[in-house]
Design a protein around this ligand. Structure first.
Ligand code: FES
Length: 99
């Protein structure tokens, strides 16, 4: 599914890039700008960023679940990502996700 219409980026492109980044450093904080830089793209209208953040969060969760990472560390990282996502959504006036 296309997640960024300005750059023709799919959800699979984002998820694959996030996994590549996590393989390099599993505890890094990944934001849309880092993903787009890795894909050699740039945010144009940036209306896709809230959905890209959601893909990042779910990919990080799945990654650490598969790796059976230390649960406390993984939970802290995912909490930071969710907080970033909530703040971003709030700044754009987008309703918070259902928990
Ligand atoms: S939809 Fe992604 S930058 Fe515009």
């Amino acid at each position: 599914m296309i997640v960024c219409h300005c750059n023709y980026i799919t959800d699979g492109d984002v998820a694959a890039t996030v996994v590549e980044m996590l393989d390099q450093d599993p505890w890094q904080l990944i934001v849309p700008g880092k993903v787009y830089r890795a894909l050699e793209k740039r945010g144009k209208c940036c209306s896709c960023f809230p959905n890209v953040v959601e893909i990042i969060v779910s990919t990080v969760e799945d990654y650490h679940e598969r790796r059976r990472s230390e649960p406390d560390e993984a939970l802290r990282l995912v909490s930071r990502l969710r907080s970033m996502s909530d703040n971003y959504r709030q700044s754009l006036g987008i309703p918070a996700r259902a928990s």
